[in-house]
Design a protein around this ligand. Structure first.
Ligand code: FES
Ligand SMILES: [Fe+2]
Length: 378
């Protein structure tokens, strides 16, 4: 006899929220947009065009021309404007049509949306706000001084299109157990702190031991010994995470900053940007330092694709069935909701400080026992 419906757990899922999150969203490194061409990009269910004016400032305006709908990204930059490829109308960074080459009078309605922009850490951001308010100065993207001090590698940057809703990515902040099963890294300590517009995860750990009991790990295609993993990863708003990483890689201390950020394309896909910079190790020649940075970037990239594989095959779930060993996923999702409601509807439990330090003694004992039975490399 089967179980009655009321006795089995049913997965529930509603559609993703109908709006896009309020906050700064990164469009990638700023430099590639400075090549003298307009660039279009699909974001927030529509298209924008990014271009640089003569003073060097980057602008982001609606990407389709309201005259007859052409893609401004196919046009050219003329002075401080983008010239439409279809009939040559010229659009300024403020979204106003500045000139129509075959007509003296510009219609007063010739105006499109101009997005507030920000450049920080050599990256370009736009502010999305369904209510149309200007950026809140309290939620500015933090400045990372190390980006500019010359002791670190350049950003190694990669953008991938992911076909799922961005909440899947956010869930990672509290999902302690997946690090072991998906990424082969064992958490020794795990802490979440949600506070205002920030959600932080501090984790220490080590790779799952190999068959010989060592910490040898496959990293970027090379076998290295990794130990003393420390990761302090924090979301600033709905889409921009800075992760400071420190570990011993074959006995050498390696420090890195990982940027994990995204911008929605629509409700079921997003551009994922992964940027990594690594601190140069003193006394090592430049090419050795470059190699370490590339190796590290590759290792992290491989890690992301382990998540991507899961997302590809999983379904949306609003009522995860949690156990004591799981992190505060419901609380995290409540924090995330603040970006999807009007500012006046933000509730205290979305933004109040909330901290959980997980006790991983039991998990580690169980993992030890499992590994004795079936070593990772066996
Ligand atoms: S469609 Fe852009 S100028 Fe006509
Ligand atoms: Fe992950």
């Amino acid at each position: 006899m089967g179980l009655h419906e009321s006795e089995v757990r049913i997965i529930e899922a509603t559609n993703p929220p109908p709006r896009y999150a309020r906050g700064w969203h990164c469009l990638g490194l700023a430099e590639p947009f400075r090549d003298g061409k307009p660039h279009s990009m699909d974001v927030f269910g529509s298209r924008v065009v990014i271009f640089q004016d003569q003073a060097g400032e980057l602008h982001v305006i609606d990407g389709y021309c309201p005259h007859m709908g052409a893609d401004l990204g196919e046009g050219t930059i003329e002075g401080d404007t983008v010239a439409c490829p279809f009939h040559g109308w010229r659009w300024g960074g403020d979204g106003k049509c500045k000139e129509i080459p075959y007509c003296t009078r510009v219609p007063p309605k010739a105006r499109i949306k101009s997005w507030p922009t920000l450049e920080e850490n050599k990256q370009l951001f736009i502010w999305n706000d369904p209510e149309g308010n200007p950026p809140d100065p309290k939620v500015r993207i933090p400045h990372i001084p190390e980006v500019f001090d010359g002791n670190w590698s350049d950003w190694i940057w990669e953008t991938v299109r992911i076909e799922t809703n961005a909440r899947e990515l956010i869930d990672n902040v509290s999902d302690m157990a997946h690090f072991y099963y998906v990424h082969g890294a064992r958490a020794k300590s795990f802490k979440n702190t949600f506070d205002g517009h920030t959600a932080r995860q501090i984790m220490t750990g080590k790779p799952r031991p190999a068959a010989d009991g060592s910490n040898m790990a496959e990293f970027g295609g090379m076998k290295v010994e990794i130990d003393e993993l420390y990761s302090d990863a924090c979301y600033y708003g709905p889409s921009y995470m800075i992760d400071y990483l420190k570990s011993l890689v074959s006995g050498m201390e390696v420090q890195a900053y990982l940027i994990n950020c995204h911008v929605p394309i629509d409700h079921n896909s997003f551009h994922l940007h992964v940027g990594l910079m690594v601190k140069k190790i003193e006394g090592l020649p430049q090419d050795a330092n470059d190699q370490i940075a590339q190796l590290y970037a590759k290792g992290n990239r491989d890690g992301f694709f382990q998540d991507v594989h899961i997302w590809k095959h999983k379904r949306r779930i609003d009522n995860p069935l949690l156990c004591e060993g799981d992190g505060p996923i419901y609380q995290l999702r409540r924090w995330y909701e603040q970006f999807y409601v009007d500012v006046k509807d933000i509730q205290p439990d979305m933004v109040d400080r909330f901290e959980v330090v997980m006790d991983l003694t039991k998990a580690n004992q169980l993992w030890d026992a499992t590994e004795e039975k079936e070593p990772a490399d066996a």
